[in-house]
Ligand binder design. Structure first.
Ligand SMILES: O=P(O)(O)OC[C@H]1O[C@H](OP(=O)(O)OP(=O)(O)O)[C@H](O)[C@@H]1O
Ligand SMILES: Nc1ncnc2[nH]cnc12
Length: 220
């Protein structure tokens, strides 16, 4: 089955709305809305539902491996890879693994990172790789992951995320927001599909924070 034929699990559909209730946001790392997957990871039935949706989506389309992005893609990727009975590949931040290729430096919604890496023997020419992460915002992180697959002559079947922040896809020029579409185009990734189950439109669960809460998020 081709990706274009997959009709189930539309973005912000019924399942997405249920899961969104367990994905709180709060000010963190200097941004007003940090979306915390720790909410649904704590609920086994909801965590299972998330995994099942991704497994269902990719069971029929022929993938060779699942690549998860450091760090939150390391939580979601392995159960999906195991259910699909496919190898799991770590894409780690720099300096953590031997025998790697590295992407260029990249930016996220709230920070700068000095490259993602993958072990060079984990992807071979023509292999079809599914990239998994928790959330796509500016697309900086996904772009680096796509570059790694391309460096090793693999093919990215899709980048799949639980949350897709649509505000970054193609923001108005006067918004000051980085554009994911422009970044992908500049890097030659415009044909790589990105899919997110939940957008910010239905992420309405503002966390109730304790009195005196301070943003103690750190750059890493
Ligand atoms: O689309 P972008 O603007 O690149 O942002 C999305 C990325 O930012 C977060 O990762 P982070 O680098 O903060 O790593 P962490 O999972 O270790 O917190 C998130 O888990 C995504 O990987
Ligand atoms: N708004 C956000 N919430 C959680 N993780 C993120 N990574 C980049 N932007 C994010």
């Amino acid at each position: 089955m081709a990706l274009s034929e997959i009709k189930k699990y539309e973005q912000d559909g019924g399942e997405a709305k249920e899961i969104a209730q367990y994905l709180p946001w709060f000010p963190f790392k200097g941004i007003p809305r940090f979306y915390d997957i720790g909410g649904f990871l704590y609920e086994p039935a909801i965590f299972q539902k998330v995994v099942d949706i991704f497994v269902d989506r990719y069971r029929e389309i022929g993938i060779d491996s699942v690549a998860g992005l450091d760090a939150r893609g390391f939580i979601l990727g392995p159960p999906i890879a195991l259910a699909l009975k496919k190898p799991f590949i770590m894409m780690r931040k720099k300096g953590k693994m031997p025998n790697t290729v590295s992407s260029d430096d990249y930016k996220t919604e709230y920070g700068s990172r000095s490259g993602l890496t993958v072990q060079r023997d984990k992807i071979t020419k023509g292999q079809r790789v599914l990239i998994i992460d928790d959330l796509v915002a500016t697309g900086g992180t996904l772009s680096s992951a796509i570059s790694l697959v391309k460096m090793l002559e693999g093919i990215v079947v899709e980048c799949a995320c639980v949350v897709e922040l649509k505000m970054f896809i193609d923001p108005p020029a006067d918004s000051g927001l980085p554009s994911r579409s422009k970044l992908f185009k500049d890097l030659g990734h415009q044909d790589v599909p990105v899919w997110g189950l939940i957008s910010e439109d239905i992420l309405t669960n503002k966390a109730s924070l304790p009195e005196g809460y301070v943003d103690d998020g750190e750059e890493h």
